[in-house]
Design a protein around this ligand. Sequence first.
Ligand code: C2O
Ligand code: CU
Ligand code: CU
Length: 498
Amino acid sequence: MGLWSRRSMLAGLLSSPVLAVGCATDGARTPPPGAGTRGSAPAGEAPAGYRRLPIPPLAESRTENGVRWFTLDARPGRASILPDRTTPTWGYSQDILGPTLRARTGETVGVRVSNHLPEPTSVHWHGMHLPARFDGGPHQPIDPGAAWEPSWVIAQPAATLWYHPHPHGSTQLHTYRGLAGLFLVDDHTSDSTGLPNEYGVDDLPVIVQDKKLNPDGTLDERDDAGTGLIGPAVTANGITGAYAPVTSDRVRLRILNGSTMRIHNLGLDDNSEFEMVASDGGLLTAPTRLRRLQLTPGERAEIVVRMQAAQPRTLRSFPAPVPGRPGRGPSAGAAQSEEFEILLLSPRAQLRPGTATPARLAAIPSPVTTAAVARTFDLDGNTINGLPMDMNRIDVTATVDVPELWTVTNSHNRVHNFHVHDNHFQVLDVNGSPPPPELAGWKDTVAVPPSGSVRLAVVFRDYTDLQSPYMFHCHLMRHEDDGMMGQFLVVGQGQQAD
Ligand code: C2O
Ligand code: CU
Ligand code: CU
């Protein structure tokens, strides 16, 4: 267990005079110290010592002239991340995190973002295919008191995407303070899978982040060790010790690793299998059965967990099995032995039967492996190809619709990952081997093993712009803030950037 063990969390809860909303009312019933969670609580009721998983509300929208407008207000708030403390936070239209935006492929959406924070920020639509000037990266800062109104057509398959700040050099701090939310895309394929799809009931958003809190409740924002902001309080949707009541025998979890730095090796407490059905860019071709799933910061996965009446199960983060192995390794700054409870799934005594996951999910074309353009990106020492991020330097100019092969190498002895804005890519290989099923779908963020490499099939579609770049970077946020980032333009055939 990490420093922040369940026992100390319970002690904190029980010494608190006020139980937070949604918390167990039966506060005096303490599980024996060190006891597992299985069977320790009456099924479906609030298990003692847990708080109900907050479900980010679905954002409201108003359609004007064919554009569905959402509103996000970046503002300060106060949240109860730990049950016994109040923490000053930042959020989008709420105290911490933000509402879930949801739209369908083909719809035109717009978002009115206003900034009521004391400093400039930006909002990036991570995983969204959209014009560069609406991407929300470091070139689209929103000043305090100002607003920004990007609008675009959703032109990609159903997926679990997210939004977060991306101001130059401050992405980590703004995200750590609480700015992050989900953006769900639906389409005909996702409608017809029969996967659990009742938002907040059997289709649960799970945003995983970690914090370090001072005794007075404030966020510890020091980074003395230089490892980035990483803490022992691992949260689901903004709280530690979360449980979700389960009413059907299949639950879909849309998991986002929204951490600043922490890599998670997810699994169920009884080591049983779950089905992974979607990765960053949407549904996989077929469900894949897993016992462990690594998610690095920025990555998403949708999984389906089978439940049985009266048998609670816990989503946990396990110690990384073998450091240095392909695709594995301890998180930067985190002890390899750390283990965390993320979400207790607490079933009712009677469960509604769900539909079996279909054997085929989405059609994904095979990647183009004979690209005319090949590029290499070497990650090392907060640089890419030896250069730190410079907002005035374009590193790559890609031509729209021309397939490219990107080889990303990691010269460092720690895991980094690699994220590309705009279009999703396909992983061709990891250290020379074909990707495992969990990396074989559409991806926008992928771990690059220590002293290893990944090869990606990349092609940018639809939008060209001679001025506004997109970003590629390590999504361990301290690293991107420190300069492990570059910029690319997408131009038309025969066009030259000036
Ligand atoms: Cu999720 Cu460039 O970011
Ligand atoms: Cu992004
Ligand atoms: Cu990194």
